[in-house]
Design a protein around this ligand. Structure first.
Ligand SMILES: C[S@@+](CC[C@H](N)C(=O)[O-])C[C@H]1O[C@@H](n2cnc3c(N)ncnc32)[C@H](O)[C@@H]1O
Length: 415
């Protein structure tokens, strides 16, 4: 076992600065990577060329797994500083071990959700997410620009010949993965909009693969969303609401019950629009249906001088980046007293990611002078049960997109 890993098992007590922190710092200073995995060490010890793929048990995993439950205040401080030290040296908050757990997931399993250790993981996740976004920004100049030929490029198949075989194989793999993602209706809007949908068994699903687009169990979340939209009405004689994403029409039916002056609904999928026609939504006197992607249909509202008391956003196959683009419009469309809310499923298939995004969204909204308040809602029990269990809502659904015990319902306003 490597010296670094041995240290992270925290076997020797008490945990002191001399025995742990100083030794950790020394190892990192000597160049041992903070992401050195147990699998790497095993491969090295056994003269294997490569470590087992798909599993990265990092020093952070070991610390989280080994944390004694009876630490003194001093010991806790040493461990927290060890975690800081690993992060400072590039440790990853979201690498996963053989059980598909991040270090945060290990803490959660061990009953340490909400602890100081947990908070360290969340903070590191937030920093990493914000940093990666900045690095993606092409306006950033790097001091030590890497020569372009050193950067592994995704090459076209016909240029592969003659290249180093390994690079070619990796490139081909990367290209294949990109193509798979491009065709995945859960991942790409253009692919989703071409995918046939079906309304069945209290859900809206993709016809072939049975990806859950919207499900009836979410009505409790939609109720909270609808209440937020009518929270602070500016003028009861002129109530404007905008909902982006019709799905099963759950929130729109709730909005209709409140009889707003104008109820805008933005929807892009042809099958959903067809269902809306069949169910008479196009003919309702206070409803305006914006047919097409919100990216095309919402911007014109800005120039028409329409302002909203409430805006709700719940689409499908979009990414956080899309939401950031929407924020640009929200500031222009929301009345000063208005409320914006959205289906908060950001990272909701893993609690640590969900809490990282809760913070990231707060930071992003703050840039617009918007503040967010999260109300906690307990989802129905059968939404928290794995698909194998009889009464689970995920039975027959391709992938459970919800796995968190608490829903953080967002209410966003200028206040
Ligand atoms: C999860 S469902 C919305 C469910 C809805 N909140 C309800 O209460 O039933 C998402 C909807 O957003 C639509 N959608 C996805 N991308 C869109 C886009 N870019 N513009 C407008 N609608 C979009 C989908 O077709 C789908 O009907």
């Amino acid at each position: 076992m490597s010296e670094l890993h041995n240290l992270c098992y925290l076997g020797e007590r008490p945990i002191t600065k001399e025995n742990y922190l100083d030794k950790l710092r020394l190892l990192l200073k000597k160049g041992v990577p903070s992401t050195y995995t147990v699998e790497d060490a095993f491969a090295e010890e056994h003269g294997l060329k490569e470590a087992i793929k798909g599993s990265t048990t990092t020093p952070l995993h070991l610390i989280c797994e080994s944390l004694p439950k009876d630490t003194s205040r001093e010991e806790e401080d040493i461990i927290l500083t060890m975690i800081d030290e690993l992060f400072l040296n590039g440790a990853g908050w979201c690498l996963t071990n053989e059980k598909d757990e991040t270090p945060g997931c290990v803490l959660l399993r061990r009953g340490l959700h909400g602890s100081k250790y947990w908070q360290k993981m969340v903070d590191a996740g937030v920093r990493a997410e914000l940093l990666f976004r900045r690095l993606d920004d092409d306006k950033i100049e790097f001091i030590d620009e890497i020569e372009s030929e050193e950067i592994p490029q995704l090459v076209e198949a016909d240029t592969i010949e003659g290249m180093d075989k390994e690079v070619a194989k990796n490139n081909a793999g990367l290209k294949e993965k990109t193509e798979v993602l491009d065709k995945d209706p859960t991942n790409t809007t253009s692919s989703y909009l071409k995918t046939k949908l079906a309304y069945k068994d209290g859900a809206l699903v993709t016809n072939e693969r049975c990806d859950g687009v919207m499900m009836q169990w979410e009505d409790i979340l939609m109720k909270a969303g609808c209440n937020s939209l009518f929270k602070s009405i500016d003028d009861p004689k002129e109530v404007n609401i905008l909902n982006i994403g019709f799905g099963m029409g759950i929130i729109d039916s709730m909005i209709q019950e409140r009889n707003p002056t104008t109820h805008y609904i933005c929807e892009a999928h042809p099958d959903v629009l067809q269902k809306m026609k069949e169910d008479g939504w196009m003919k309702k006197k206070n409803v305006v249906v914006l047919e097409g992607k919100w990216q095309d249909t919402v911007p014109p509202l800005l120039s028409r001088g329409i302002f909203f008391d409430g805006i709700y956003y719940d689409t499908y196959s979009e990414h956080y980046q899309d939401m950031l683009e929407l924020f640009d419009m929200i500031v222009g469309l929301l009345k000063p007293t208005g409320t914006f809310s959205f289906f908060n499923g950001l990272g909701a298939d893993r609690l640590i990611c969900y809490e990282v995004y809760k913070k990231v969204v707060e930071i992003d909204l703050d840039i617009y002078g918007l503040s967010v308040k999260f109300n906690e809602i307990r989802p129905p029990e059968n939404a928290l049960r794995p698909a194998q269990e009889d009464d689970s809502v995920w039975k027959g659904i391709k992938r459970a997109y919800w796995k968190c015990p608490t829903y953080y319902h967002p209410e966003v306003s200028f206040a």
